[in-house]
Design a protein around this ligand. Structure first.
Ligand SMILES: NC(=O)C1=CN([C@@H]2O[C@H](COP(=O)(O)OP(=O)(O)OC[C@H]3O[C@@H](n4cnc5c(N)ncnc54)[C@H](OP(=O)(O)O)[C@@H]3O)[C@@H](O)[C@H]2O)C=CC1
Ligand SMILES: CC(=O)N[C@@H](CCC(=O)OP(=O)(O)O)C(=O)O
Length: 355
């Protein structure tokens, strides 16, 4: 097969760096242009010393002329930059956008949570998401040329809870999610609250009270899993910042639907086991073993566990991912594989780095 040439815009950032780490191990891809903003002209090795084979490659300016001429372009830029760039790239180029710009199908949801104009929506890049009524989201991705990579929290939360919605077990009201993220989720540019002394040894919530922009994306995904005709899903989502560089641990609880109130813990487990039996990257852990961010570090896997809190009639589902791998760059490469017609798992790590 012909080797594909891939360009990475935002190569100096955390997401761009992780895409490059994965592409270095991808057998069907040759790394083309590396572009960014203020760091144009800098050797990549000065910014990502861990990417040794690319240390001498010099970052270029992010411009259409530099990115065109590749088979695939990864956009790992701040929100609001993707639409203008993507519109100018030739149609033959597959575009995989790690930003939020094209994730939401509902314009109202976008304008409530984002401050840039609504750009529309692209095929949503969470292949494993069950689609209510049958099928998976991957069917919408095969051969598509423009894909919106999910946000990191929506990936963890959606995969934790979706089997319960696809199986018609969970109520869409009264869903509560608390998720912790490592600091790399906030990007590389220094932010006052992420300076070492403040974040080390502390866990703190942010976006409290329904203000986090991933809320509509999580609701969109769980509504997709519920299927047409089902009531929409409303989520109370609280993110927290954890003193670790990478990882997301999402703890999600939802009430059993009245119609499913006779379901016991074994029945819940069966629904999750069936949903993920054939998914290469989503692992329902053995009973009694709970996900930990340490076990998915550097891998494209999602670890999931679920149980029933019988006393209060709530399902408790927990998922762990590496926010930079399955939460961004791994998902982006998985989407590229689907867009280009390659086997979905090509070049993606199944094993984490531990201890
Ligand atoms: N970090 C994460 O866990 C996740 C990130 N994402 C998304 O991925 C995208 C990148 O995030 P992340 O890597 O964390 O962010 P970083 O802040 O680490 O990197 C941002 C990148 O964008 C470049 N950039 C900034 N402004 C411009 C500009 N005006 N023109 C060209 N390039 C520019 C930067 O270049 P320079 O350094 O030269 O200024 C840098 O390469 C964002 O949309 C983010 O929301 C999605 C899911 C999870
Ligand atoms: C710890 C932290 O700050 N995390 C980021 C989420 C990063 C992410 O998923 O990115 P998108 O911006 O692409 O949606 C946040 O909460 O904003």
């Amino acid at each position: 097969m012909q080797v594909m040439r891939a360009a990475v815009a935002g190569a100096s950032g955390y997401a761009g760096g992780e895409i490059l780490r994965l592409l270095l191990g991808h057998p069907e891809v040759e790394i083309g242009a590396l572009t960014a903003g203020s760091s144009a002209g800098t050797p990549l090795g000065a910014l990502h010393p861990h990417l040794t084979p690319l240390a001498d490659r010099v970052i270029e300016e992010t411009a259409v002329e530099v990115l065109a001429g590749h088979d695939v372009v990864f956009l790992a830029l701040p929100h609001g930059h993707s639409a203008a760039l993507a519109a100018q790239l030739p149609e033959s180029v597959a575009v995989i956008d790690c930003g939020a710009d094209f994730r939401l199908r509902d314009e109202q949801g976008w304008t409530t949570f984002y401050d840039t104009p609504y750009a529309g929506s692209w095929a949503y890049g969470l292949p494993e998401l069950p689609v209510g009524g049958g099928g998976r989201q991957r069917e919408a991705l095969a051969g598509t040329s423009h894909i919106a990579v999910p946000g990191c929290y929506p990936t963890a939360v959606s995969l934790a809870l979706a089997p319960g919605y696809a199986a018609g077990l969970l109520s869409g009201e009264d869903v509560v999610v608390v998720a912790a993220s490592g600091t790399s989720g906030a990007g590389k540019s220094l932010k006052a609250h992420l300076l070492g002394a403040e974040v080390m040894g502390a866990m703190s919530p942010y976006g409290v009270g329904g203000g986090h922009r991933h809320t509509p994306e999580i609701e969109q995904n769980l509504s997709t899993a519920s299927g047409p005709g089902a009531a929409g899903v409303r989520v109370s989502f609280t993110p927290t910042l954890a003193p670790m560089p990478r990882g997301i641990l999402a703890t999600c609880t939802a009430r059993l639907l009245d119609a499913a109130s006779g379901t016991d813990a074994a029945g819940i487990r069966d629904a999750w086991a069936m949903a993920y039996a054939d998914e290469p990257f989503v692992h329902l852990l053995p009973e009694g073993q709970w996900p930990s961010t340490a076990s998915v570090l550097g891998s494209n896997c999602v670890h999931v566990q679920v149980t029933l809190d019988e006393r209060v009639g709530r399902v408790v589902a927990v998922a762990a991912i590496d926010n930079l791998t399955k939460g961004t760059a791994g998902a982006a490469v998985q989407c590229m594989n689907l867009a280009l017609g390659l086997p979905e798992t090509t070049g993606l790590p199944m094993a984490g780095v531990a201890p």
